[in-house]
Design a protein around this ligand. Sequence first.
Ligand SMILES: [Zn+2]
Length: 398
Amino acid sequence: MKVAITNIGQIVTGSWREPFTSGDTIIIDKERIASVGTAPVDAVSKADVVIDADGMTAIPGLIDSHVHITFGDYTPRQRTVGYLESYLHGGTTTAISASEVHVPGRPRDVEGVKALAVAAQRCFADYRPGGMRIIAGSVILEPGLQAADFHELVQKGVRLAKAGFGAVKSSYDYVPLVADAKAAGMITTCHTGGSSIPGSGAITGDHLLKMHPHVSFHINGGPTAMPDADFERVIKESKIALQVCTAGNLRTTLLCARLADANGAFERFIIATDTPTGSGVMPLGMLYTIAHLSSLTDLPPERFICAATGSNAKVYGLDSGSLAPGKAADLVLIDAPDGGTQKTALAAIKHGDIAAIGAVVTAGVPRFVGRSRNTPATTRKARVASSRVTQDFAAAAH
Ligand SMILES: [Zn+2]
């Protein structure tokens, strides 16, 4: 399917160093973006679906790099079905597993954690709930896992490894496990802050610096934060990605953003939700954290959209998160919410309001055009201007 999006007011690229590109049209060919900015008239007339953005802002689909998936579109923690489809209506087009720790009765032995990671990776390889892309299969680091186990997992398609929920005696026992997982080519992640499992102990700056995982999960606290002094140490003394999460400490989220900017480490600053958890199912979590950071720091809103898109994609090696030719066709139209005081999406976000969503496209397929189930209505009205496919692009009944 070819899709053309016309009459775009502003295009946010997903790359924080060059957050804007000029033009008003995006052309999509199958699952990829063909062009961004201007397009010849026949590229629009040849499209199977033409979406008129009515002057809205186009951004890459949001990438939530901390989602507690299990199997299917179901979270046992909050006993909720359909939550991933609901997140898509909040602009999230990719959900990255924070490891499958919420699977009821999850195994804790070496063979069990390996099998769980492989099963999760396989179950989401071709399954997109509501259009959401799921990067699943994150092995939970447990004592006893050997270098050969990580090589086997990588060969079977598992790319992620997570420290923080294993039966280790001390968090320093993760150091050799993280090293072996990295050596096998995995992306390693580590719980940060107070323990969320009784008896497992807090993970603070010193643990992170000794482990040096690729990503500090919820560095702002999940939900309890590590000491303030540790933020500067981790930023200055490591290359660890700094993931801030909605379901965490807001004060340290802001602290981390300011320190990352002041120390030239903003490319490592990434946004996620850490949901569903005890904090709930939060379909608009990414939008809220972007609005909180934009309105409570001096940094511009497009920076935080990029931290929620292109920066996540870079850390995790994804082909999405960027509005550029050749990238995955995952994108969102956002706007100032109806009834607010601001005129554009970015002004509204800076003001502290969440953006309203007018359309979501994933894998080159419009998942809905018009009204999101979850955000306020948009000020402008995106619509399907022409269509040759038999599909109703309206969102399901509210
Ligand atoms: Zn988590």
